[in-house]
Design a protein around this ligand. Sequence first.
Ligand code: A2P
Length: 334
Amino acid sequence: MKVAVVGVTGLVGTVMCRVLEERELPISEFIPVASARSVGKTVKFKGQEYTIIGMEDAIAARPDIAIFSAGGSTSLEYAPQFAEVGTTVIDNSSAWRMDPSKKLVVPEINAAELQPEDKIIANPNCSTIQMVMALAPLHRAFGIKRIVVSTYQSFTGTGMKAVKQYQLEKKGYEPKAEEMAYHYPIFENCLPHCDVFLDNSYTKEEMKLVNETRKILNDDSIGVTATAVRVPVDGGHSESVNVEFRQPFDIEEVYRLLRETPGITIQDDLGNNHYPMPRFAKDQDDVFVGRIRRDESVANGLNLWIVADNLRKGAATNAVQIAEYLYQHKAAGA
Ligand code: A2P
């Protein structure tokens, strides 16, 4: 397959290349793409140097698949142009996720919905992916009535500028206004403010958790309320998730369902202080679930602690898995 990575110099783009190198997707031509600032520079892929090209040249190259991670406005402008020449776009931005004509895909849950005519496929938000990975099998078994989620999200989810802000602050420098990705220092701080505030007083990130969860689980009756917090963690999102089911459940059945779900690893051995942590989820493709316990304050309630590498399963790995599914099902390029 001819595969373009759009936004190849970015944080997600860089991890995208690593994941593509590690996995089995056969790539006949690798096409690295970024903004005019980076055209002509080189990137390494599978031990070889490749020259970065711009959007127009990338469209002219007619890749089979273009994996985008270059921001929402870039996706809105260029994804349709790639689709027009026959490329299947897998888009990591929020631009197309809630468009009713576009599929929002976590391969383990709903890749079977994909059809060859889906030319723009949306990759969900990082914090949504790891939550629905754990909740989808439980929803099928017991029916989710309501979710209360609080996130502890790494600054790497904001991109390169946030990483630089954190690094400067950690070294004791005060970043200049134009070097700040956030309104406040992120080092030794927690910001209850991920993405922009909306008219309903929630942030856009919080509403992504609400709306994307319902779309992926294909059930608008699920109540979801979220508080998203940016924390000074160098990679890896954590989530405290409280779920209320419609039906009674057996806690052993919860363990069994999660154990049998591909892509989930249970880390829950309290005697040995074993539970998921972002530090140990780094560079891993799985979603880690622990602190599994009944919510004793309500009927049919469950508490979970869910951790994943936000740049891997939360972004790059999920996108590459979509590409693999398309290849295996001859839905793009093959
Ligand atoms: P560049 O490095 O040339 O600016 P991050 O989210 O980590 O900041 O990365 C954003 C990525 O999106 C970068 O690779 C950036 O390229 C790329 N990008 C931003 N704007 C465009 C654009 N208009 N066309 C192509 N790539 C873009």
